[in-house]
Write a protein that binds this ligand. Sequence first.
Ligand code: SF4
Length: 738
Amino acid sequence: MSSRRDRADDLRELMESEGEAIGGNTQLINQLTAENVGSFDRYEELREEARATKEAAIENLPDLIDRLEEAVSANGGQLHVAQDAADANRIIEEILDERGAEKLVKSKSMTTEELEVNDHLEPDYEVVETDLGEYVIQVADETPSHMIGPAMHKSAADIADLFNDAFDLEEPLSDDPAELTEFARERVGEHILDADAGMTGANFVVAESGSIMLVTNEGNARKTAVTPDTHIAVTGVEKVVPTVSDLQPFTELIARTGTGQDITSYVSLLSPPVDTPIPDFEADEFRPAEERDFHLVLVDNGRMAMREDEDLRETLYCIRCGACNNACANFQSLGGHGFGGETYTGGIGTGWEAGVHEMEGAGEMSELCTGCSRCVPKCPVKIDIPWINTVVQDRTNRDAEPGDFDFLVDGLTPDEEPSGLDLQKRFFGNIETVAKLGSLAPGLANALADTSLADWLLERFVGVDERRDLPEFAGETLREWYGARGPRVDDPDREVVLYPDLYTEYFEPERGKAAVRALEALGVRVRIPEVPESGRAPLSQGMVATAREQAERVHGALVGHVDDGRDVVIIEPSDLAMFRSDYEHLLPERSHERLAEHSYDVMEYIYGLLENGADADALAGPAGEGEGRGDERVAYHSHCQQRTLGVERYTTAVLEELGYELRESDVECCGMAGSFGYKSEYYEVSMDVGKRLRADLGDVAGEELVASGTSCRTQLDALYDRAATHPVELVAPETGSR
Ligand code: SF4
């Protein structure tokens, strides 16, 4: 309990101190990247190419490293492969010792952060960061908070205060960003002039030529690489690609996804040691290029093991553009310091931390992934980042020690899950069991849930935040209603299975009834069989074995219907995402494909029926049969996973065709994301994210408030203190009867 409270306190503090700067910066970058990618026709094609190149490069990595070694030594440099951080630091120190170096300048490199090169060298060497953000972090003695914007959590005023405190200045600096940049540039420039060695990272390394590619916006990396006579490039083994031509898709994508630029200000392709003379500023002369020394330190540090790990392997495809950090709604509130991690943070940071550091930090970070999946279409190499977070959660769960209160929830632990699993996870991961029990006596369950004792118990033992309203059990489940009513279409053109998702079945059958009425009005006969919960609930708690078992049961319950030609229609977008994408990890390929091919979002299905000649007048609309039950103006928030799947447009199209006037939110997420917003440690983060949705949608007076996801609707209810409607309820004709 106290650790939940401590976590909530820490996160609140970060939201207050760093949230504004992080939120402003990430949202601005998102806007720029969306505009750039939106007008770039080749985005998807190049993503495919980039992905294929990385897949092949990681597959052939040992061979590529051998080829690279030959090329680097043919160029006159030296390649070192470091097994771990200690090995890499030893190699670097030996190089500096051999050259008699005292001062090292560095350009930005996450790999050297991972190795903690500065901490290792600083007792004996002067080490100066030359990237503006890294310089700020070094002066502040902090850690980076973002993969490409290490000081993103600081405002210009914070940086002015920092510099004014750190340096003995005649005139204090103002918070004008240009003045601050100029100040740092001058200081850093002086250090580069008299450094003995320069250390860079490498965004990519080319095996055939020994070239390294540096992608920057400040030009400091190329100065660091070529001004001193010794250049040490430090990078992970995963950065190697076979040929120069393989760089093309990455060069096109990295800035577009990272900063919204077509290309960064500086793209340097060096095959060191470079053959330009060495400037000696003290002697005011140039020394011959032959005196240059180049060392490429390729770091393994867990990467070769990641390569063998089916689930973490994808992490190695990452080109560190930072887009997943920016896309993450929780990151926009908290920044990297909230996500934690020894080096990497946010989104893909979980995979990196699990691979190169300890699982402990990675596990905590993975808890902040709500699985909203908005990072997936933003990733230039198509990494399934939510799955990596799920896998890390699962592994963390498995390392858990049995807890004091295990006996309380024995029935909520399937055999495949470890006994020490956190009670909160067991509760949310097995919510179907809770729902089934509650719906046996819904009146009693609702009355009990409404007491302060229940609030206290749930917060105390399960970590359900008291400030959240619990959903109410319906007096009658959807299947009970349908069982008593039966189908109403005698001679159907089509027959479908309506998937009775957990929330529709037990808590809100009204939206299920609306789906039945809408489909029947368009001539479709509906069946509602008994099908288990999709596995979304356990998956969101990192309980992969339980999710897999559920997926197999769902497949077993539905595959016969699919074989008989029935499509599966789904009301809840997070369940549609299970069928279409998450089951890829949980079911055999053919089973997943079979379900994915025949599953549809309910509004997508209605759209398809209308496109194929069904009569739109049979549905309700502002000017139709259902006149008066909904306002003609609609404020609509579509579910994250619906947007990732690209099916949100069907809701918009149907509502517009029926005559509704639509306004849509385009913030990344409502902040709720299923169980996340119920957890007491994350409730305030969830509401902070929700505030952006509230600001985006604004005043909704006189409008129907519409959201497709259960979690979004719960969040909107809390943000606006009024109920939101599922879109299918807006279009379903009223029958006046059951
Ligand atoms: S996972 Fe993808 S989006 Fe995130 S930093 Fe890596 S390449 Fe960029």
